[in-house]
Design a binder for this molecule. Structure first.
Ligand SMILES: C[S@@+](CC[C@H](N)C(=O)[O-])C[C@H]1O[C@@H](n2cnc3c(N)ncnc32)[C@H](O)[C@@H]1O
Length: 196
């Protein structure tokens, strides 16, 4: 995944993770695309990855990361961590793929300590009505989830984050179009939500 990222996407990851500290959950870590960008103020990264091939790669990449990384086999809707045990959690291109977004956000709210942060970098439902219609069509017909490994193009993720009890502190919306075929997932958000 990291091999294909543009300089802009790498910069997005640095923005996503800048200023984090303490114990941080990286949910749906994949092969560890975030790992090189965690600042050294992070004491430990708990990288949750359920897919065996990606988990094995995350383990290898975690060993080379600038901060300690522990890779954990778990699912977003049942996190094996104590209540309030994380200073922050990161979701990067994950809330589009989890089968139950509401349950995943409920779990994130449970494990982040009061005052802690949820950092998010996700593609979302477009504000542009024509693109939103296309996204809903691709979602409803199951076309996009089938060709893109269970990814849902029409989720209103920022609204869902707020509905789970987080307060949005910062949210930058921008189109990310590394290639034309990805136009249905071009609208992105990158930001910080606080757990009260
Ligand atoms: C598009 S990849 C993003 C990976 C990584 N966060 C990144 O930024 O490159 C989506 C990831 O979510 C993971 N995932 C899918 N369903 C999940 C679930 N229910 N719980 C946890 N992770 C899940 C996938 O295995 C995959 O690694």
């Amino acid at each position: 995944m990291r091999r294909n990222e543009t300089p802009e996407q790498l910069e997005d990851r640095r923005e996503l993770l800048g200023g984090l500290h303490g114990r941080v959950l990286d949910l749906g870590a994949g092969d560890g695309a975030n790992f090189p960008h965690f600042p050294d103020t992070v004491r430990e990264v708990l990288a949750v990855e359920p897919e065996p091939y990606l988990r094995e790669r995350a383990q290898r990449n975690g060993a080379r990361a600038p901060v300690p990384v522990r890779v954990v086999n778990a699912l977003a809707d049942h996190l094996p961590f104590e209540d309030h045990s994380m200073d922050a959690a990161v979701v990067a291109l994950v809330l589009c793929s989890v089968p139950n977004q509401r349950a995943a956000l409920h779990e994130l709210h449970r494990v982040i300590r009061p005052g802690g942060e949820l950092r998010f970098y996700e593609h979302v439902l477009a504000h542009d009505r024509r693109l939103a219609r296309l996204q809903r069509l691709l979602e409803r017909t199951g076309v996009w989830p089938r060709i893109a490994g269970g990814c849902h193009p029409a989720r209103d993720t920022v609204t869902a984050i707020e509905a789970a009890g987080f307060v949005i502190e910062r949210c930058r919306r921008f189109p990310s179009k590394p290639c034309p075929v990805l136009i249905p997932v071009a609208p992105h958000v990158l930001g910080v939500a606080r757990r009260p």
